[in-house]
Design a protein around this ligand. Structure first.
Ligand code: ACM
Length: 455
């Protein structure tokens, strides 16, 4: 039964006899359904798509595309299979079905980001958390502060894996304001909100290299190592003033109701650093947005209500909810897709814990209730120096994650695996995604001799 091939799994499917040829038009109607929901009715005479909203229409059309067979995922040469008749009723489990893409450690071209947006849309994910700045690169053009990108956007070399050796190859890039507006609009047309992140007061060495007066040393370099830098922004009024302007430009480009300001991994931070984060959070609130921070910000007194990205563990999410914040669960123990996919030594640049496809599929959020906005997978890119590496680490684990985010349990990996293997991987093939094969990397996907840092 063809409806069994759908991924993520819909809320309910009622098959009926017969089939329908691929329709030249779909009859789209507004209906009272849960947010982002749709009801797809396929009969021999045609297709009716009832939708709650624009997002529901996107998802109904994605479901239709899956039913038409893998060739529907090619940009040309589409040879649709007849559609099975029946009714699909569907809406997501969570309103925040996110994926973080780190474009700071390794720059992804605008075209690659647009392609990533397409891949999120194909999985009914709806938040792209774009990590735009870090110690190793600043990717966000701010016309008032051109050195952020002319200096902070480039580094002379990168650490090769985690062993300490340098590759000696310059790396960099940045997005213009027009590039980012284009990404935002493209994502919006696919029901995806781009939540931008400017990381403060740590993970900011690229900004310090551009404008050393933001810090306490006479000069800095865009970092060429991975890890946690001890360089922090200096939490003084002049730095605050500049970052208010940086965030104002960010708000001008990104309409997202939620704006991320980082706040993670700040060794040596003082009360002044914590007040600096709080005051920027208040600045975002004064501009009508909700600040998002990593769970370390829970150490800051007097924060306004925020969205907390609980990454160190799920207890941080429970704490955040108890203190009146909204929560996005993104625990590194479960959904960090830069972590290795198997214990096998052939895994390229193996870092972190083993998170197999089955592990990701088994992830069940420990928190429920009104404070839980949803869940987010994270694609950090220290060891992903090109888009083929991103494909390898993200897929098919992100496909499994999409089902966790969209479909309530119970989940059965034995039911999921053939659906993924026989029906969804051919869709990824048609899309040109170089995912990790289920039985391990292709030889050209390995990185012999490049050391990782498995935990
Ligand atoms: C994080 O992984 N430092 C949020």
């Amino acid at each position: 039964m063809v409806f069994d091939t759908l991924l993520p799994r819909p809320v309910s499917v009622t098959p009926s006899p017969g089939s329908c040829p691929w329709p030249s038009t779909v009859d789209v109607r507004a209906a009272s359904l849960p947010p982002e929901g749709y009801r797809l009715t396929i009969s021999p005479s045609g297709v009716v798509l009832e939708v709650a909203d624009a997002a529901g229409e996107c998802y109904g059309r994605e479901t239709l595309r899956q039913l038409a067979g893998p060739s529907a995922f090619r940009v040309a040469g589409f040879a649709p299979s007849p559609l099975p008749c029946g009714v699909v009723e569907d809406h997501p489990r969570f309103g925040w079905r996110g994926c973080l893409l780190d474009v700071a450690r390794h720059f992804r071209t605008k075209a690659e980001v647009l392609r990533f947006v397409d891949l999120l849309a194909a999985h009914k994910l709806n938040v792209l958390n774009l990590h735009l700045t870090d110690d190793q690169g600043w990717r966000f053009e701010v016309p008032a502060f051109p050195r952020l990108t002319s200096v902070g956007g480039w580094r002379p070399s990168s650490m090769a894996g985690s062993g300490g050796a340098q590759d000696g190859r310059p790396h960099g890039g940045f997005y213009t304001s027009d590039d980012l507006r284009e990404i935002v609009a493209y994502a919006a047309s696919r029901a995806i909100t781009v939540v931008p992140e400017i990381d403060i007061p740590g993970h900011a060495r690229a900004a310090l290299a551009a404008y050393p007066a933001l810090g306490t040393s006479p000069s800095y370099e865009v970092w060429t190592d991975w890890g946690i830098s001890t360089s922090l922004l200096s939490p003084v009024e002049s730095t605050l003033d500049i970052f208010r302007q940086v965030f104002d430009h960010l708000l001008d480009i990104f309409p997202s109701p939620v704006i991320a300001l980082g706040g993670d991994e700040t060794p040596g931070a003082t009360d002044e650093h914590r007040a600096f984060v709080r005051r920027l959070a208040e600045h975002l609130v004064a501009r009508g947005r909700t600040p998002m921070g990593w769970d370390e910000v829970l150490d800051i007194d007097g924060l306004p209500p925020m969205v907390i990205g609980a990454w160190r563990d799920e207890d941080a999410g429970l704490r955040a909810a108890a203190w009146g914040h909204d929560v996005v669960l993104c625990p590194e123990q479960h959904v960090y897709l830069d972590h290795r996919q198997s214990p096998h030594p052939d895994e390229p640049i193996p870092v972190g814990w083993v998170h197999t496809l089955e592990d990701v599929y088994a992830y069940e959020p420990a928190l429920s209730g009104a404070r839980l906005r949803g869940v987010q997978a994270q694609v950090w890119s220290e060891h992903l120096d090109d888009v083929r590496r991103v494909d390898y680490m993200a897929f098919p684990r992100l496909s499994a994650f999409a089902e966790v985010a969209w479909s309530a349990g119970p989940r059965d990996y034995a039911e999921f695996l053939p659906r993924l293997r026989d029906h969804h991987l051919p869709r990824l093939d048609a899309l040109g995604v170089e995912y990790r094969p289920l039985d391990g990397p292709h030889p050209w996907q390995t990185r012999p001799g490049v050391p990782g840092r498995p935990r």
